[in-house]
Design a protein around this ligand. Structure first.
Ligand SMILES: O=C(O)CCC(=O)C(=O)O
Ligand SMILES: [Fe+2]
Length: 349
């Protein structure tokens, strides 16, 4: 038996063994929906990460948004720096994040050197009305630079496709938890929704990574659900037991993973899994770029997160103290900001 094998000689479940096909969900057939919910439940429990197929996000919508993000990251640095938005301590930070400005591991109180990426972040564009006004810092207005042309249109199409997909996954999750299809969908209807386009590269003149310096340091996501597109370049890994295992979505697949709030809601039945992104091997030559785009569903800041009754039993009593979603998100976002301060602001590397 190797270290990678469980007690029965069986290797621990891998996200690659059982991609989740959402076609049955879109069919609307109750039995098909139950089967999808069972597959989601298994994956959320075993790894906290899912590879999604039949997700319904049209290629042309995804490709058009990716192309605009590529155009943006190729712009001269001063043009990108003009898109830096003032940081808010308790809210969603949008706009440009320069290379070397953040270290994700800080969110888990792990002080590493700055991560090797730059990013552009966006917020949901339909946040109008009283619930949003009460927590306005979580729903900032996007500012669209003149370049690349057509970015806002491409974003809105992407955003609509991801919102539809998020509702399907949240629907399957609610069903899996015995709370019904609408439960999580309704709870997350007013949630902060944000998108982050990540660009990992090795800019000219940047030295080799320092010890412990990664493209993205190990972290868990803070919220409920993350939907991730990657360009297929390896690097993403998840922590399972005492080892790191690769997650390499195939062509057409998207990644879904759960965040801390959902782990708390499910009383730990589902895992908010540590993940990271490795730099390319030291002997790799050239720019070795990697791109990913993450869509984050959080929970409304005023929502109390307490374990759902279906996940609390005599054998598994409540493990988490109830907490307001906003309090949890603020704590983690503040640690993230601390990494920026430690990195020396936007001149990090
Ligand atoms: O780039 C990736 O594959 C993962 C990014 C990530 O973990 C995040 O944005 O939270
Ligand atoms: Fe993440």
């Amino acid at each position: 038996m190797t270290r990678e094998q469980g007690p029965g000689g069986r290797r621990a479940a891998s996200v690659h063994d059982a991609p989740v096909d959402l076609s049955g969900w879109w069919s609307g057939d109750p039995a098909a929906r139950k089967a999808v919910a069972a597959a989601v439940d298994r994956a959320c429990h075993e790894t906290g990460f899912l590879l999604l197929e039949g997700h319904g996000v049209p290629d042309d919508v995804m490709n058009a948004f990716v192309a605009r993000c590529d155009e943006f990251f190729a712009l001269p640095e001063p043009v990108k720096l003009a898109c830096v938005a003032p940081k808010v301590p308790d809210g969603n930070n949008i706009g440009y994040t320069a290379f070397g400005e953040e270290a994700s591991a800080y969110t888990g109180d792990n002080q590493t050197p700055p991560d090797l990426f730059e990013a552009m972040s966006f917020s949901r564009s339909d946040a109008e009305g009283a619930p949003f006004d009460r927590h306005r810092d979580w729903y900032p207005a996007n500012a669209w630079p003149a370049r690349p042309a057509g970015w806002e249109r491409a974003y809105r199409a992407y955003e609509a496709a991801m919102a539809r997909l998020a509702d399907a996954v949240l629907g399957a999750m609610g069903l899996a938890l015995g709370m019904g299809e609408r439960w999580l969908v309704d709870l997350c209807a007013d949630a902060p929704l944000s998108t982050r386009a990540n660009f990992y590269t090795r800019p000219a003149g940047v030295r080799n990574p320092l010890p412990g310096q990664l493209r993205r340091g190990e972290h868990t996501d803070f919220g409920v659900l993350t939907l991730l597109w990657t360009d297929g370049v390896p690097g993403l890994q998840i922590r399972q037991g005492d080892e790191w295992r690769d997650v390499n979505p195939g062509p057409g697949q998207l990644v879904a993973n759960i965040g801390d709030l959902l782990a708390m809601w499910t009383n730990g039945r589902w895992t908010s899994t540590l993940h990271r992104v490795l730099p390319p091997p030291a002997n790799a030559t050239g720019p070795a770029a990697r791109r990913s785009i993450a869509y984050f569903v959080d929970a409304y800041p005023g929502t109390l997160i307490e374990p759902v009754p279906t996940c609390v039993t005599a054998d598994t009593p409540a493990r988490f103290t109830p907490i307001l979603a906003g309090d949890w998100l603020n704590t983690r976002a503040r640690r993230q900001l601390a990494s920026t301060a430690a990195a020396g602001g936007i001149t990090g590397i």
